[in-house]
Design a protein around this ligand. Structure first.
Ligand code: ZN
Ligand code: ZN
Ligand code: FE
Length: 753
């Protein structure tokens, strides 16, 4: 007979609040392993006794067949003293101190719960069903350790049956903190009627939605507005009432087959769409929906049901696809409070459906897309936050304030960066107070004591001003250095790299606006090796709404006044009489800051092509230009590199010639994108030749452009470069806080601050 041995196994990662301990317990029973498992501040620790081949197998299973939402970042097992345990136990959590562990993101309802909801006619036929593998987490957590009385489920006393499940180790609902049933859990509220029967509620909502009305439905992380996505009239009404001019809206499809009916999906997109994180995934349109959903864009944001009520609702509806857009007015944060919802959504929605459990932490739907078989984030929130990003630097005590648009902030714990959920554009008062409130909540939840603050160089960002109000040591970081560092940090790079930051705006070290940047950077510092030609932006901030201004400026910059006597340049100005005014603005540098922003170049080309001269939402012009691409066209334009400047004179000249010659706009859009890819590759080669650096890091908002990202990655790799891009955090300003945190951590490690 083989001799029994004992192993001490330490597992770090997302292993708490995701059913990991009961899972370990069940595996131990299955293989007759004795010992114990416990949660502690480092993750999960297991003491396992059995013969060595059984323990080998046990370790393999723990590494490879973990609960869906769990993830392991570190797995260490070592021999320990054999203690002859007689059984296997889940021990009480030990030393949950300040070095607090991970908080699970919210998890889409699992298939086992869905079949419970179908099959069990009574208690479990219930729209707040959940188990250790699924349900709300972050959005209901008020404090740690993660225990029911520290969540907004606190006010619901467990019924006897639920309590039994909650305390039975072998039950799927063992220690499922939000566990609830028809007898004891929350209820929906429609016009003051409390409804716990999801099917009954769904039947009522069916009649509203199929008859062309708009409903507001309280979700996991905030309210949604819902209507039929095939009825253009109602979509237009929703847009109008929500004061949402042109920004595309997301849709929820009944199931995967429905998504496949309306959209093109590859394997990775299917995996992402059906993952437990349930992000909105940008997919290529196949069959058109209501035209007002995304205007002339070729992709639509699509999500599958993730709450029980979504499944129940979509199974009742005649339509198989609905608009699911955030319940807010214009740019304000998504509404989570029932009172505010009644007040602010009453003029948007025909019916408001709340439920009587509080949403504590707001979380918008996350938005993702797939490029080169990998998932990329545009907005990181529900299902992702607050899962930490493990980086290889000590971050403890560092607070990173983030940028201004699509803000997130980050706190440093151990070797981790914990990024906040998507906060939004800090320009309005509601969003700023959401930011300030969330900072306080993260401090408490993660036992975080800030010692060092890092923020953007831009003095006007409200995040920068917030940083200065903290009265702590402060570090200001250049915006595009932070973009590059963000990508480096998530890829664990700590060396000199070629950093390509193609972006909208960020303040440069010379006080002009940067955004088409080729840096030689490490985490500590950078040099600006090459950059796009800076041009004046007549009207300042106004140019993002009126891309024709930027196009005008480029043409005037390269060709002078003479270009404006003929098409297509002459068509740029809405009113010819304004011509002298613009010339004067540029010549006398009146409200015409210099910018090398890549976003502005996209704007200019989009406007010159007549694709988008006036923009109704952020980045519409570049998005429409991308949507126009004819990818079979492989041509490109000429450009020059003069010193450190990438000059686009020849490219604009050729675009104008193409327009005059009636070349198809899809081909022009393609040639423009291909030109940028060529520039990215050629500059990388120049830097490699001179400095011997072979790693290229891609970041900045322009890399949300799928074509640009795909082609740049492919072409760089084809030329032998090691290429790194962003997957864990957005390439846009939502990822800036991670970069700031990494730079501060590195400087502190080097003793520079
Ligand atoms: Zn479940
Ligand atoms: Zn119950
Ligand atoms: Fe940026």
């Amino acid at each position: 007979m083989k001799e029994s041995i004992a192993l001490l196994i330490k597992i770090k990662g997302l292993v708490q609040g995701v059913g990991f301990r009961p899972y370990v317990y069940r595996q131990a029973l299955r293989y007759s392993i004795h010992g114990w498992v416990e949660n502690n501040n480092e993750g999960v620790t297991i003491h396992a006794e059995a013969d060595s081949s059984v323990l080998d197998h046990f370790c393999e299973i723990l590494k490879n067949e973990i609960p869906e939402a769990a993830s392991i970042s570190e797995f260490i097992s070592k021999h320990t003293n054999f203690q002859s345990y007689k059984d296997f136990k889940i021990r009480k959590s030990s030393n949950l101190s300040d070095a607090v562990t991970e908080v699970s993101p919210d998890i889409a309802v699992c298939s086992a719960c869905l079949s419970d909801m179908e099959s069990q006619k009574h208690r479990r036929h219930y729209p707040f069903i959940n188990c250790t593998n699924c349900g709300p987490r972050f959005t209901i957590i008020q404090d740690l350790p993660y225990d029911r009385h520290q969540t907004t489920m606190r006010v619901f006393d467990l019924c006897e049956t639920c309590k039994k499940e909650y305390t039975t180790i072998t039950d799927r609902r063992f220690h499922a903190q939000p566990v609830a049933c028809l007898n004891c859990g929350p209820a929906y509220n429609l016009q003051n009627e409390l409804i716990k029967d999801g099917k009954k509620l769904a039947q009522k909502l069916q009649s509203f939605i199929d008859s062309g009305q708009i409903i507001a439905l309280k979700g996991i992380g905030g309210y949604h507005l819902i209507c039929n996505a095939l009825d253009d009239e109602i979509v237009k009404i929703l847009r109008h009432r929500k004061q949402r001019d042109g920004k595309p809206m997301a849709v929820m499809a009944r199931d995967l087959a429905t998504a496949q009916k309306y959209f093109h999906l590859n394997k990775e997109e299917t995996d992402l769409l059906t993952s437990w994180r349930r992000p909105i995934v940008l997919l290529q349109n196949k069959i058109p929906l209501a035209p007002s959903i995304s205007r002339n864009l070729s992709r639509t944001g699509v999500v599958l049901p993730y709450m029980p009520i979504h499944y129940q609702l979509l199974s009742q509806l005649q339509t198989d696809i609905i608009i699911l857009t955030s319940g807010n007015v214009s740019e304000e944060p998504v509404i989570i409070d029932d009172e505010i919802a009644r007040e602010k959504l009453k003029n948007i929605a025909d019916f408001i459906i709340s439920y009587n459990r509080e949403i504590f932490n707001r979380a918008d739907d996350s938005v993702a897309f797939v490029v080169n078989q990998r998932s990329r984030l545009i907005r990181r929130s529900r299902g992702y936050a607050p899962q930490p990003i493990v980086i290889s630097l000590k971050t403890e005590g560092i607070f990173a304030a983030g940028a201004e648009l699509v803000n997130t902030f980050a706190i440093g714990k151990g070797l981790q960066a914990i990024l906040s959920q998507h906060i939004g554009d800090l320009k309005n008062a509601e969003t700023l107070s959401f930011y300030e409130e969330s900072v306080e909540r993260y401090k408490r939840l993660f036992r975080f004591k800030p010692e060092l603050i890092v923020c953007d160089k831009h003095p006007d960002y409200l995040s920068t001003q917030f940083a200065f109000e903290q009265n702590l040591p402060i570090l200001q970081v250049q915006h595009h250095h932070a973009h590059v560092a963000s990508c480096m940090a998530e890829n664990n790079l700590d060396e000199k790299v070629i950093g390509i930051a193609l972006d909208g705006t960020g303040l440069g070290t010379d006080n002009t606006i940067w955004g088409g940047e080729y840096l030689i950077a490490d985490l500590n510092d950078f040099t600006r090796a090459f950059h796009f030609d800076p041009i004046p932006l007549p009207g300042g901030d106004l140019v993002t709404k009126q891309p024709w201004r930027t196009a005008f400026s480029y043409l005037y910059h390269y060709f002078g006044l003479s270009i404006f006597i003929e098409k297509p340049a002459i068509e740029l100005l809405p009113d010819q009489k304004q011509l002298p005014i613009f010339i004067q603005m540029i010549e006398q540098k009146l409200n015409s800051p210099l910018s090398s922003g890549a976003g502005r170049l996209f704007d200019a080309v989009s406007a010159l092509l007549g694709i988008c001269r006036e923009s109704s939402f952020h980045a519409e012009a570049p998005m429409l230009l991308e949507a126009a691409i004819n990818s079979s066209c492989k041509g490109k334009y000429l450009y020059e590199i003069e010193g450190q400047k990438v000059v686009f004179r020849k490219m604009f000249f050729q675009i104008i010639q193409d327009l005059k010659n009636g070349v198809n706009k899809g081909d022009i859009a393609s040639k423009f994108h291909n030109t940028l890819v060529a520039i990215n590759v050629n500059i990388s080669k120049q830097i490699r030749n001179e400095f011997g650096i072979n790693k290229v890091v891609l970041s900045g908002g322009s890399f949300q452009n799928a074509y640009l990202l795909q082609m740049t990655e492919e072409t760089l790799m084809h030329h032998g470069f090691e290429v790194f891009s962003q997957e864990k955090v957005p390439a846009n300003d939502g990822g800036i806080s991670l970069g700031q945190l990494a730079i501060a951590a590195k400087k502190r490690q080097l003793g520079l601050i």
